[in-house]
Ligand binder design. Structure first.
Ligand code: NCD
Length: 321
């Protein structure tokens, strides 16, 4: 019986401690097997309802939450911003109350406003998962990144992790920095000054402006795209110049640790922040991150759903398999 996880919602890594993270990753380690079988389904969440509300573009996060719910036998419904009544002027709160009246067990929300999932969580009766809110947090991304790091390097402790790219607009960078801080790993942010957040120090990150210095001795290189949809004004002279100075290619691995892995949450802008050959190299764990995403989201749905935890994740992952 996994009795440790006490949270009703997953709104941010800021609400978790290292034990919570480890519990989620251990559950995900049990569930990852389900996706590798010929029949990718267990009955754990039969009779439960998950509603995905994605008010911003998404490929990986939305699809993997949907698959995670379906592989656990939950009923999963997807609502998108453009196809919903938000496009007719309904407020986020009215949309969420409407959805809550349909009695879901868990709602997953992605929204461009920081704090939107927290606002909703205080006003609906079901569990809320943050699928990415503005530039604030993206907790399941940091958890799946942690899963992929642990899978490749065996630990989350004592690592040196460089996060490079558009950090100021990145909820992925913020959630990852918070998670890695919990395990005492060193976080480095590398970006031009215009793409660095003012709160780098509060996030426990050391700031670098030169790639070769930032990548010296690192175990993990995490690359982020320029979030053109969030840029307000010209923060960069040109993408070409950015890629010449901050684009990472195989030669940049020279100064990194021998075992260093390269990560990207996607979507990648090949030839901008990451050289195509590096993205496709054996140092890249980008597709392992995607696989981990389904397992981590299965773990999160399992841990948040009420009344299913008489089974351990290992039992849940074998039941009906
Ligand atoms: C990220 C996001 O949406 O924050 N993508 C993702 O969830 N895999 C990063 C991004 O959009 O660049």
């Amino acid at each position: 019986m996994s009795a440790g996880f006490k949270h009703n919602h997953l709104l941010g890594i800021a609400d978790l401690d290292a034990n919570d993270v480890t519990e989620i990753l251990d559950a995900a380690a049990a569930f990852i097997e389900v996706s590798r079988r010929p029949v990718r389904k267990v009955p754990t969440l039969r009779g439960k309802t998950v509603i995905n509300m994605f008010f911003e573009a998404s490929t990986r996060t939305r699809t993997s939450f949907e698959l995670a719910g379906k592989r656990l036998s939950a009923d999963v419904v997807n609502i998108s911003g453009s196809g919903s009544s938000l496009s007719k002027g309904e407020s986020l709160l009215d949309t969420c109350k409407t959805v809550a009246a349909m009695q879901p067990d868990i709602v997953v929300i992605r929204h461009s406003a920081s704090g939107a999932p927290h606002f909703v969580a205080e006003r609906v009766g079901c569990s809320v998962v943050n699928g990415g809110d503005g530039a604030h947090e993206h907790p399941t991304q940091a958890l799946l990144d942690a899963f992929a790091i642990r899978q490749s390097l065996g630990t989350l402790e004592g690592l040196k992790v460089a996060i490079c790219g558009d950090i100021s607009h990145s909820r992925v960078a913020r959630s990852n920095a918070r998670l890695l801080n919990l395990f005492g790993s060193e976080v480095r942010f590398c970006a031009p000054g215009t793409l660095l957040p003012p709160e780098a120090a509060t996030l426990g990150a050391k700031v670098y402006h030169r790639l070769d210095e930032a990548l010296e001795g690192v175990d993990v290189i995490m690359l982020l795209r320029i979030q053109r949809e969030r840029l307000e004004g010209p923060l960069l002279p040109s993408l070409r110049e950015y890629s010449r100075i901050f684009g990472v290619s195989q030669r940049h691995l020279d100064g990194a640790a021998e075992r260093a892995i390269v990560m990207h949450p996607g979507p990648m802008n090949r030839g901008v922040e990451i050289h195509p050959a590096l993205a496709d190299s054996d140092r890249s764990v980008v597709l392992d991150q995607v696989e981990a995403g389904v397992a981590v989201r299965m773990a999160v749905l399992y841990l948040l759903a009420k009344g299913v935890r008489a089974q351990t994740p290992a039992q849940a992952a074998t039941d009906g398999g």
